[in-house]
Design a binder for this molecule. Structure first.
Ligand code: DX5
Ligand code: ZN
Length: 239
């Protein structure tokens, strides 16, 4: 039965980020981590503008959906104008879409001077995502104060707290974000998930779990390990 992020899981969910997979054997790598016990696939979409890296878009999600009909695709959009892509990712077969709070905080948003010329209301965008049938998440970067999202967290199925500055895999865990995790966890209902994203490995996963995260993204910790270690790493991250 397909995963639904609105239903609390007994154990933390592990979401390998495909950013650290071998793009030349992507379906094979994704099948491998799912068979090794991963709960969902984390798909890091980057536009080279909101973050200094460029990755992939809806076409890749469509191919993954065709290759892995049962996989839960957790799309994390690190783009300046997420509203522009919601329908395309839903059509491609994404199950969930998380967008960032930072474009909202951009003073140019809605003034016609930023790429977000149509303005950007996170509640409206959340409704748009849900209207496609996807669940919806809100992400916050390490430098952004938790106050920027605290009054919004009840509107989302998942809150993603970045524990690295977005753009690349393999970066070091920023432990100071755990204070935000605790503050957000205190406001969430059992039907909402708290995802930690960046620098999660066997040495940092327990801090994230203890602070209140129940979805753990791990790119390099999983795909950087030998294939025959994937099951042990995934189980180790889950605790
Ligand atoms: C970074 C991405 C993360 C990253 C995680 O911008 O959002 O999902 O791929 O990779 P690791 O686990 O290697 O930090
Ligand atoms: Zn991510």
């Amino acid at each position: 039965m397909r995963l639904d992020l609105r239903h609390p899981a007994r154990k933390p969910l592990v979401a390998p980020s495909i950013l650290s997979a071998d793009f030349a054997r992507l379906a094979d790598d994704c099948r491998g981590v799912l068979e090794a016990g991963a709960d969902l696939l984390h798909v890091d979409v980057m536009d080279g503008h909101f973050v200094p890296n460029l990755t992939f878009g809806p076409a890749l999600v469509e191919c993954l959906r065709r290759a892995l009909p049962e996989a839960f695709l957790d799309v994390h959009v690190m783009v300046t104008d997420p509203g522009q892509y919601v329908k395309a990712f839903a059509k491609a077969g994404a199950n969930h879409l998380t967008f960032h709070i930072e474009p909202v905080l951009d003073p140019r948003a809605g003034t016609g001077k930023s790429p977000l010329s149509q303005g950007y209301d996170p509640r409206r965008l959340a409704d748009e995502v849900r209207a496609t049938g996807m669940t919806v998440g809100l992400a916050i970067n390490p430098p952004t104060p938790v106050e920027a999202v605290l009054d919004l967290v009840t509107e989302f199925d998942l809150i993603l707290v970045m524990s690295v500055n977005p753009g690349f895999g393999g970066q070091a865990f920023i432990a100071s974000v755990l204070d935000k995790v605790r503050a957000i966890r205190a406001r969430l209902r059992p039907s909402q998930r708290l995802e930690m994203d960046g620098g999660i490995g066997l040495d940092t996963a327990s801090d994230a779990r203890v602070a209140g995260c129940d979805v753990l993204v791990a790119g390099s910790a999983v795909f950087g390990a030998p294939r025959d270690r994937w099951r042990d790493v995934i189980q180790g991250l889950r605790g």
